[in-house]
Design a protein around this ligand. Sequence first.
Ligand SMILES: [Zn+2]
Length: 151
Amino acid sequence: MTKDDVRNAIFKAFAEVPKPAPEAVLACHCAHCLPLRDEFLPYSWDKVPAESVDRQRSHLSLFTPSAFHYYLPTYLLRSIEDPGGDVCIFTAYRLNDLDSEGARDEYSRLSADQRRCIALTFRYVQSVAPDEEIAAILAKWEKLAQTNRDV
Ligand SMILES: [Zn+2]
């Protein structure tokens, strides 16, 4: 699978996710969290500048579940553009937490194709920049992507 194949799969799978309203992007509106909203909200998920994603690399967890759903592909696209980069590893860590209550709320929103995109992203990353921790996280998502094929 090439980078373009993964990109195309992400565009197809996330095309219909609605953009959250400005007040529904963040769970917290403190001075630490607000820059995330202000950097991302002017853009659709496929147009957020790479510098903004890099700056907000560890903040995927600050989004509400609906904003997480909308901007997750932003982090996936940046991960395949920069495998082994900080966005990739922080996104993998964030997606490693499959069992918390918050995670269940977020992941239940993901369609089978969207889950498959997470597996495809890390599979591609592993093919160009192998990493043991990401390999373990990839294994979990490969399993999840398979068990939800019928959604
Ligand atoms: Zn905050």
